[in-house]
Design a binder for this molecule. Structure first.
Ligand code: GAL
Length: 670
């Protein structure tokens, strides 16, 4: 049961503005520091903090013995300061006594390693002992604070699935068998789905079915794919178990957990997003990505799509560097504001950080914070104060929506399947393909939603499927109906290859989409490392080519060299009033213009290439036709944007052109 109705009645209870704040861990500090925290939070305009996420060991120091005194004082202090509370259930780190009593609950990795416990995020998700202990602490917290006037949100656990999402222990194996019995009913059905006739793996009794732990060579891919599904559902079960306790004991308070839309590959967030009352996401820049602002936007657009277009919470990001990448680059002046406002532009109504005050001790002492080690006079804190003020000025944006003309297909199950080993090449990365298509549209200022292949696509003028290795019959029917209804579809290489069992569709390499695309993939022709091919129209492909046999499709681009020289590389066919384009090689965001431009034109989607590519432009749409144009300039030179409206940050009225300063942001209402 999910409390979606809460959202239609408003946003988080007691929240009447854009939210600003972060993880607050006062338990790491002497109480004398807390008063200073509140004073500096007031100065920064902080109005929502997440607390208690990691404090199970402090709250329940001995089994069944609770100490809520310090948390009472923290919550009272926040309440007195008018700061709303997002209260964590601390179940991501069971206390040391739990491990002492239950050493068998430590998760077993695929290679048999049993994880040690002096860390976090480690627990067998199928463990009944863990379930019982988690329900107990959640029940205590909900009973004590469930109707506290400062409470706006419950924050269950932390980043489910990270860093560990699977457990290969005996308890997990038994739970997996039960899950398989429910899925397949009979062993015959399982043997068929898994293709166990191959390599003589046929199962004669349920007891013979185990977890796909590391073996001599590659394991059965269908077995692994089901284990990925099972592991996702076991963790989701951990979430819903706590959520149901909270709904019962703390009615009216929404329950969430923080996703990592693109950074936790093992969670199928389409399934999770149906179970949370409000979507919350954590995002950290990838320092090694020279255009990390594009990755940020992709992540934010995926999060908004998970939220079904409703506002969402940026639960964590960083004021400056993180501490867990090989090279942790500090954010340049202004970069944090650009990042925050990009999330806001893409639908977030809460901008929160990890964390409020930098830790002096522990694993994350070199991670930036809103209040860094250098204190309140630091540049970072000054920028935080400025951001808090800016968000107050942007309050009109709250609740407004982002409208997208284009959708990109995203399916975790397909990614899981393609990620398995023994694929035709190690160089074909589906997420990278999605990124290239996304980046093309980001640079062209075309707003994108993400969609599951079975979702209703009728609202989109164009749908891109850069990497849809696994497609079910239902998904193909959906895509076909979309095109017949006048949609324009672009499908990338190695798509429609397998079904839900990772079994190759009948009808060739692209059996699932052959009829829709009217092209047959006769053979796949991966390139050697760093290989490239020349295409007609002055284009270049890399990594992958195919031997295509066009059926009722026309050839729009040809291979000029490489293993498929002289054959079709890109094809298009018309169906009803729509079109379906197939791209059989890997194109980067530069080259993609040559293939996507004609499709965007057919679809009536206009690109804005006269503006600099690194001016990020996206709008939110409010009541009565109000449009809020976010112009985020990632370049070192100012840009003149032809636009009229009033600047929400400065109050200035712009009649025909707004100067967007180098590295700056303007938000114009028109
Ligand atoms: C997140 C996590 C936080 C903190 C942060 C550091 O993934 O939820 O607790 O560890 O990373 O970047």
């Amino acid at each position: 049961m999910s409390n979606q109705s809460l959202l239609t009645e408003g946003w988080l209870p007691g929240v009447r503005s854009l939210s600003f704040g972060g993880d607050y861990n006062p338990e790491q500090w002497p109480e004398e520091v807390w008063a200073e925290d509140l004073e500096l939070m007031r100065r920064a305009g902080v109005n929502l903090v997440s607390i208690g996420i990691f404090s199970w060991g402090l709250l329940e120091p001995r089994p069944g013995e609770f100490d809520f005194g310090w948390l009472d004082r923290v919550i009272e202090g926040l309440h007195g300061a008018g700061i709303r509370v997002d209260l964590g259930t601390p179940t991501v780190v069971p206390p040391q006594w739990f491990w002492q009593q239950n050493p068998h609950v430590r998760p077993v990795m695929r290679d048999g390693t049993v994880l040690a416990t002096a860390s976090r995020g480690i627990c067998c998700p199928s463990s009944p002992e863990y379930a019982e202990a988690a329900v107990r602490i959640t029940t205590e917290l909900a009973s004590r604070y469930g109707d506290h006037p400062a409470l706006s949100l419950w924050h269950v656990h932390n980043e489910y699935g990270a860093p560990v999402s699977e457990c290969y222990c005996e308890v997990s194996a038994a739970a997996f068998r039960e899950w398989l019995q429910a899925r397949y009913q009979t062993l015959e059905a399982l043997n068929h789905a898994w293709g166990t006739a191959f390599w003589g793996q046929t199962y004669g009794e349920w007891a013979q079915v185990g977890v796909p732990a590391q073996s001599a060579t590659t394991s059965n891919p269908a077995h692994r794919l089901d284990f990925a599904r099972f592991s996702n559902e076991e963790l989701l079960g951990c979430f819903t178990r706590e959520r149901d306790v909270l709904h019962e004991l703390s009615p009216g308070i929404p329950v969430t957990t923080n996703f990592m839309a693109t950074n936790c590959p093992s969670m199928d967030l389409w399934k999770w997003s149906r179970e949370v009352d409000v979507v919350a996401n954590d995002h950290y820049l990838t320092a090694a990505d020279p255009r990390s602002q594009v990755g940020l936007a992709l992540d934010a657009d995926l999060t908004r799509s998970l939220a079904g277009g409703r506002p969402w919470i940026l639960m964590e990001h960083s004021s400056s560097a993180v501490n867990w990448q090989p090279r942790n680059l500090a954010k340049a002046p202004g970069e944090m504001a650009r990042n925050s406002l990009s999330h806001l532009a893409r639908g977030a109504d809460a901008i929160l950080f990890f964390q409020w005050r930098a830790s002096r001790r522990g694993a994350e002492k070199f991670h930036s914070a809103m209040l860094p080690h250098a204190g309140a006079n630091s540049r970072v804190f000054q920028e935080i104060v400025q951001l808090g003020a800016d968000l107050q000025g942007l309050d009109a944006v709250r609740g407004s929506q982002v409208k997208a003309q284009a959708a990109i297909l995203w399916d975790w199950e397909s990614l899981w399947a393609q990620d398995l080993d023994w694929r035709p090449t190690v160089d074909l990365f589906p997420r990278q393909q999605v990124r290239e298509y996304y980046e093309r549209l980001w640079r062209d200022k075309v707003t994108v939603d993400f969609a599951h292949p079975t979702a209703d696509l009728s609202a989109y003028q164009v749908v891109l499927a850069p990497a849809s290795y696994l497609l079910t019959a239902e998904a193909v029917a959906n895509l076909t109906a979309y095109v017949e209804g006048g949609g324009h579809l672009v499908v990338g290489p190695f798509s429609g290859v397998v079904d839900q069992d990772d079994a190759v569709h009948e009808g060739g390499w692209n059996g699932a989409v052959r009829d829709l695309l009217q092209v047959s993939v006769e053979e796949v022709l991966p390139l050697p490392a760093d290989g490239q091919v020349t295409l007609s129209g002055d284009l270049r492909g890399s990594i992958w080519t195919e031997d295509l046999l066009p059926l009722e499709a026309e050839t729009v681009v040809e291979y000029l060299d490489g293993p498929a020289a002289g054959k079709a590389a890109v094809t298009r066919r018309t169906l009803g009033s729509g079109t379906a384009t197939y791209v059989s090689t890997v194109l980067d965001h530069e080259t993609l213009t040559g293939v996507l431009d004609p499709v965007l034109k057919l679809a009536g989607v206009s690109v804005q290439r006269e503006l600099p590519w690194d001016l990020e432009l996206v709008s939110r749409h409010g009541n009565e036709g109000a449009e809020y144009v976010f112009a985020i300039n990632h370049a070192a030179t100012p840009v003149d944007l032809p636009v009229a409206g009033s600047d929400l940050l400065t109050g200035e009225n712009v009649s025909d052109s707004a100067k967007i300063p180098a590295g700056g942001v303007r938000v114009l209402r028109r």
